[in-house]
Every structure is written in structure tokens, then in C-alpha cells.
Design a protein around this ligand. Structure first.
Ligand SMILES: Cc1cc2nc3c(=O)[nH]c(=O)nc-3n(C[C@H](O)[C@H](O)[C@H](O)COP(=O)(O)OP(=O)(O)OC[C@H]3O[C@@H](n4cnc5c(N)ncnc54)[C@H](O)[C@@H]3O)c2cc1C
Length: 585
């Protein structure tokens, strides 16, 4: 079947219309010709599902400072975060929130009209003394408000959107160390046509890949397309073994119940009704960072103190909160509990379990969102990444709640500004004829192949294996088993056939391509985790249960070699004034 190919030329192409992509586009639009390409309609991006808040040391309701925020972020990261980037993020947080306020974001307010702030895990006053109110929020719909607000600003600035276009390849001009980004190849979902976009600067802002796990808070669309495309084209991925499990997913389905629920006073209880976080984190209790809380839940269940017939969940208890507080501050998650569990959060404790939530790792960048490709920090000209698909690294081995909505705003803006500067000094790239060929061939192969494997079955097997063997707690043995399953699935993937041979909204086809991305990222995650013989942040090895700063205070870089194998390299962590300590809360 012939495929129509269309050609476009822009100064800047941004892949992804979540918070990071839109925030970047606000900076570039009006100054340089900008296109935003997105596989979803912009306001369906996962940023819109974010609930609890975006933090900044505004000190609106109690004393706070950006230095305390930086300290908490470094400690939360288990000392793997780069301290230069963290300082920038925490300092610029204040402007990032004020920008959003000026863009018209309807924040929840204090009685005297200031932006209200609430508590969140790992955010403390004066270096760990007590929880601090640092998260700015709009009830439990903060992400929704951010996404709508940024989208409106993009529309007002005339940003050109290509909605429901899925990028499957990146283009370069030149070879090896002399190459620069030159564009992308996208597949138009409504028609099956291919589009070649030539651009001086390309930013990836494609979000996370939580669909690699069975129980996940992430939308079905979060399949890591950006990192997977770049990995195949020789760009390394950083710290992929660090994957965050959020403590409070709805039992059995993983839909998120925001940490804001504990920020408002919610308590975790085991099957015996005990407040077990008192034992684990005596100072901040239920507001410890997510890696510690997720592991504590895992331990309660493993040691037989879970709830329910199989003793495999614990409770989030909101029943002691004033009903009007639940209505005002947590309306959306209350609705989820009623809809999916048939329970009333004002009266019933809520069954929860840890849910795959956030990728700390991703495409390595510097603080200008420029992609860097080796331990020396060499920039690949014209290529940018921001948001959850990127690794700056401000989150290190464990992200603090509310620091991602912050990250996308701060580094989206910085990336946008850097691109405006860069494109002023370079010519338009030359794109070779037939640049779309590899994508076209892959798609034709999937359409015509008469194999015996089905996408759904392979994906389910992958997600179950990752959940069992590479999630909250890992061992060398469990990771080896996950690795074996992934290798087998990659073999079977060659024999995948799809039923829909058409060209109009062929999700059979796009899901097959997305499964290929999930398999590649799962492999990198597991290989990085097998190599890292220590426990740090979200990467917990039962067979190596301590942090090993002597050997492992370093970032992983994973490269895909031409023969398809993965090679690991490492780069130093950017240290600063915060010395690594034991993490007590
Ligand atoms: C349920 C939930 C609640 C959360 N709550 C909070 C919170 O309260 N506070 C906080 O700080 N963080 C929170 N997070 C995390 C935070 O929301 C995300 O990390 C962040 O919004 C990611 O933004 P992004 O712009 O990087 O990506 P996304 O918002 O995920 O956007 C990705 C974009 O990329 C596009 N895309 C992807 N692949 C392709 C492709 N191949 N071609 C074209 N386009 C593509 C998509 O269409 C989409 O527009 C939450 C996350 C979840 C899942």
C-alpha cells in the first residue's frame, strides 16, 4: 500500500504537548517558527491528570526558603541529584509559580487571597525539622489547571499544533560526533500519512513510560516513545533503573490518590489498624518520601500485616478529616474512590497499594535542556529534552512529590529560551531524500506480516514480569528473571502481527510500535538495575540493602550498540554544599 508523504519546515519542532512542551512553546512562539507535534490532543496529555500540587518556597503560609527546598530535594534524591540543577530549579520555582498565576491559573487561595500551600512528602522546614507547607495547588486538579492554562497561552500566541501526529523517528544532519538534530518523522493517526518535519532545533517532551508496569498511575499512552526513539539513534539514556512507585494507588488498578491526601492529614494504616509510618519515619511519619513509604507498605504486606482476604493491601484513612475539608481539597480523588471501589472516603478507609508512577531517568540534559551524550557533557547540537522524558538530573534516585510539575515548568521554559538563542545562529538543515524510509518500512512490515504473536499478550507478560521482578524491591535473581522474560519477548516481538490493516486511526499499529518502545526501555531499566549493586532511592536491592557512595555515587548512561546490545557507562554526580548523610525522616 502506498503511503503519502508530506514535508514541513520550522525553526523549532517540539514533540509533546504536556506541560513541558507547552511551556517551551510559550517561549519560542512569536519569536521563531514553532510547531508542536503531539500524539494526543494537547489537553489530554498526562500533565492534566496531576493532582496534588507544584511546590515553590513562596512562604505564603509559613516560613520557608528555596535553600530548604533544595536541601530536601537533594536528600530526597538520595544524593544522586545534580546539585547545580537542583539549586536552579528551587530558586526559579518562585517565578515559575508567579508566571502561572499571571497566565491566569486559578490556584486555591488563603482567606486573604494569597496562593495557598499544603504539605507534601519529604518537604520540610529547616533541614528536616518538621513538614512544611510548600505545595501550591488548585484543589486536587493542579495539573489540569496547569495544562489548560499553558494551552490557552499557546493558542493566544499562535503556536502551530499538529494534533494526533505520532513521532517515530528523529533526523540528523552529519555523522557521529559532528551530527546535529535536523527534524523528526511523524505518522498522522487520522490518515496513515507520513510527515517529515525539518527543523533547526528539536525538543522531546514526550512524558513517562509507566506502562512498562502492570499496576500504574500512568495513562495508557505513556510508552516512552521519545527516549526509545533516541536510544535507537545512538543517544544514551540516564539512570533508567530509578523508577518511582507512588505509595497510594487504588488497590488492584493503580489509579492515583494524591499524596495531597496525606498532606491534608490522611494516615496510612496496616491490616491491624496500626499507623506503621510512625515506626519508619518518626519525625514526618506519613509524609516521608515516596521510596520509603512504598517500601514500608511492601514490608507490612510481606510480614503479614496487610489487609483484606489476601492481606495484600493497606489503608489510606481519611475518615478523621472534617468532611468539608475533603469536599474542598480532595474532590476528584473522592470521586475516584466512590466510582472504582464503591466506598465513601469520609466513612471508609481506602484500600491502596504502591503504583508505578514516575521515571526519574531519561534523556540526559544539562540545565539548558540541551541533550548531552557522554560523561563529559558533550552537547548534541539542536537536540533538546524537557519534562519527565528528560533527566537533568533534579530528581536523582527518588523524586519528591510536586517537584515534577515544577520541573516541567522550569526546564520547559529554560529549554524554550535556549532554542530561541540557538536557532538564531544556525542554517536550516538539509534533510536527505527518503528520510522517512525506515519508518515507512517498519509500518509496512507490521501491516503485511503474518506472524502468530499478538501485541496485547506480549504487553501483559512484560507488565506482569516487571511488576513481579523489577518494581519496589529487587534482587539479582529477580532482575535476571525479568531480563530473561524481556529477551524472550523481544524475540517474539519479531513475529507480531496486527489485525487492522487500515490507515485511519489504526491503534493496532501504533500500539505495536509502542510495545517495541516499552520493551526497549524495560531492557535498559533492568540492565541498569542488575549492574547497580547497592540500594539508593527507588532502586532497592534486597541482596545489597545499603547505599554505597564509594562505588555507586554516579549516574548510569546506557547506550544501544549497533548490534542491539546495551553498553553501560557512568558519569559523576554534580555535588555541592549538601554532603551525603544517612537519610532519616
Ligand atoms: C496521576 C498522576 C498524578 C500526578 N500528580 C502530580 C502532582 O501533583 N505533582 C507533580 O509535581 N507531579 C505529578 N505527577 C507527575 C507529572 O504530572 C508528570 O511527570 C508531568 O506532568 C509530565 O509532563 P510532561 O510534559 O513531561 O509529559 P506529559 O504531560 O505526559 O505529556 C507528554 C506529551 O507527549 C506527547 N507524546 C508522547 N509520545 C509522542 C510521540 N511519539 N509523538 C508525538 N507526541 C508524543 C503526548 O501526546 C503528550 O502531549 C503526576 C502524574 C500522574 C500520572
Amino acid at each position: 500500500m502506498g503511503v503519502n508523504v508530506h514535508h514541513h519546515s520550522y525553526d523549532v519542532v517540539i514533540v509533546g504537548a504536556g506541560g513541558a512542551g507547552l511551556r517551551a512553546a510559550i517561549e519560542t512562539a512569536g519569536t521563531v517558527r514553532t510547531a508542536v507535534i503531539t500524539k494526543l490532543y494537547p489537553t489530554r496529555s498526562h500533565t492534566g491528570a496531576a493532582q496534588g500540587g507544584m511546590c515553590a518556597a513562596l512562604a505564603n503560609v509559613e516560613e520557608d526558603s528555596w535553600e530548604w527546598h533544595a536541601f530536601d530535594t537533594v536528600k530526597g534524591s538520595d544524593y544522586l541529584g545534580d546539585q547545580d540543577a537542583i539549586e536552579i530549579m528551587c530558586r526559579e520555582a518562585i517565578d515559575a509559580v508567579i508566571d502561572l498565576e499571571h497566565f491566569g491559573l486559578p490556584f486555591s487561595r488563603t482567606p486573604d487571597g494569597k496562593i495557598d500551600q499544603r504539605r507534601f512528602g519529604g518537604h520540610t522546614r529547616n533541614h528536616g525539622e518538621a513538614p512544611v507547607r510548600r505545595a501550591c495547588y488548585a484543589a486536587d486538579r493542579t495539573g489540569h489547571m496547569i495544562l489548560q492554562t499553558l494551552f490557552q497561552q499557546c493558542v493566544a500566541r499562535g503556536v502551530q499544533f499538529f494534533n494526533e501526529f505520532q513521532v517515530f523517528d528523529v533526523l540528523f544532519e552529519g555523522e557521529g560526533n559532528d551530527r546535529r538534530a535536523a527534524g523528526v518523522v511523524a505518522y498522522e493517526l487520522a490518515t496513515g500519512d507520513l510527515h517529515v518535519f525539518a527543523a533547526k532545533a528539536v525538543m522531546f517532551a514526550t512524558g513517562g513510560f509507566g506502562r512498562v508496569f502492570q499496576i500504574s498511575s500512568n495513562a495508557h499512552t505513556l510508552t516512552g516513545d521519545g527516549p526509545a526513539v533516541l536510544l535507537r539513534r545512538g543517544v544514551p539514556l540516564e539512570d533508567m533503573e530509578f523508577y518511582q512507585f507512588h505509595p497510594t494507588g487504588i488497590y488492584g488498578i493503580g489509579i492515583l490518590l494524591t499524596e495531597g491526601a496525606r498532606g491534608e492529614g490522611g494516615i496510612l494504616r496496616n491490616g491491624l489498624g496500626e499507623r506503621f509510618m510512625e515506626r519508619v519515619a518518626p519525625t514526618v511519619k506519613d509524609l516521608a518520601p515516596r521510596d520509603m513509604v512504598a517500601r514500608a507498605i511492601h514490608a507490612e504486606i510481606r510480614e503479614g500485616r496487610g489487609a483484606g482476604p489476601d492481606k495484600d493491601y493497606v489503608y489510606l484513612d481519611l475518615t478523621h478529616l472534617p468532611p468539608e475539608q475533603i469536599d474542598a481539597k480532595l474532590p476528584d480523588i473522592s470521586g475516584f474512590v466512590r466510582t472504582y471501589l464503591g466506598l465513601e472516603p469520609k466513612r471508609d478507609p481506602i484500600p491502596i497499594q504502591p503504583t508505578a508512577h514516575y521515571a526519574m531517568g531519561g534523556i540526559p540534559t544539562n540545565v539548558h535542556a540541551e541533550v548531552v551524550v557522554d560523561p563529559a557533557g558533550t552537547v548534541l547540537p539542536g537536540l533538546y529534552a524537557a519534562g519527565e522524558c528528560a533527566c537533568v538530573s533534579v530528581h536523582g534516585a527518588n523524586r519528591l512529590g510536586t517537584n515534577s510539575l515544577l520541573d516541567i515548568n522550569v526546564f520547559g521554559r529554560r529549554g524554550g529560551r535556549a532554542m530561541v538563542e540557538y536557532v538564531a545562529g544556525v542554517d536550516h538543515p538539509d534533510i536527505a531524500r527518503g528520510a522517512e524510509e525506515p519508518v515507512r518500512e517498519h509500518i509496512e512490515h507490521l501491516r503485511s506480516h503474518k506472524g502468530s504473536e499478538r501485541v496485547g499478550a506480549l504487553r501483559t507478560t512484560l507488565q506482569a514480569a516487571m511488576m513481579r521482578d523489577a518494581s519496589v524491591v529487587r534482587t539479582g535473581e529477580s532482575l535476571a528473571e525479568a531480563h530473561r522474560v524481556i529477551r524472550e519477548l523481544k524475540e517474539r516481538y519479531h513475529d507480531v502481527a496486527i489485525d487492522d490493516k487500515g490507515s485511519v486511526f489504526n491503534f493496532d499499529l501504533t500500539e505495536a510500535l509502542e510495545l517495541g518502545n516499552l520493551l526497549d526501555l524495560a531492557e535498559v531499566l533492568v540492565i541498569g538495575a542488575e549492574a547497580r549493586t547497592e540500594s539508593r532511592g527507588a532502586h532497592w536491592r534486597d541482596d545489597y540493602p545499603t547505599r554505597d557512595d564509594v562505588n555507586w555515587m554516579k549516574h548510569t548512561l546506557a547506550y544501544r550498540e549497533p548490534d542491539g546490545s546495551i553498553r553501560l557507562d557512568y558519569k559523576p554526580v554534580v555535588l555541592g554544599k549538601y554532603e551525603p548523610m544517612e537519610r532519616k525522616y
